[in-house]
Design a binder for this molecule. Structure first.
Ligand SMILES: [Zn+2]
Ligand SMILES: [Zn+2]
Length: 145
């Protein structure tokens, strides 16, 4: 692997801080997720290839898996639409998703802390997250013809 210059990107130091070995695909995918906005895997692979040249979709999946596992990247899985990835992590924010065009927008946690919804009965579970998706129509799709 090529030596990395000391004037490093935050992507690079974040990979190291999470104990991940720094590789070209990991750097490229992390940078792509950070510049993008809730991108699906296809789009991430496309943009990673633009930076790196050849990288297989499977390699991109593997990298996303490692990045998600280390908490650098968050995975959202709206039902009926492809899995998406984002770099805004650790703040328990939620998402507005348009039923028509699939656009995704961040919304802050409703209560300001996790979990932001408390079920009437937790059945003995300790709850650390409530995942909320608000479904609807975005302003563009809502606009009359
Ligand atoms: Zn829309
Ligand atoms: Zn988000």
């Amino acid at each position: 692997m090529a030596a990395v210059k000391p004037s490093e990107s935050p992507d690079l130091s974040d990979l190291r801080a999470c104990g991940l070995r720094v590789t070209g695909p990991r750097l490229a995918v992390l940078a792509v997720v950070r510049e993008g906005d809730h991108l699906a895997v296809d789009e991430i692979a496309l943009r990673a290839r633009r930076r790196l040249g050849a990288v297989s979709t499977q390699a991109v999946y593997d990298v996303l898996h490692a990045l998600t596992g280390s908490g650098l990247v968050r995975r959202i899985e709206p039902s009926g639409s492809p899995v998406r990835f984002e770099s805004r992590v650790g703040d328990n924010h939620h998402h507005l998703i348009c039923r028509a065009c699939g656009s995704v927008v961040d919304v802050d946690c409703a209560a300001g802390h996790t979990p932001c919804l408390e079920p009437p009965s937790a059945s003995g579970y300790t709850i650390d997250e409530a995942e909320v998706i608000y479904w609807g129509l975005c302003p563009t799709c809502r606009a009359p013809g």
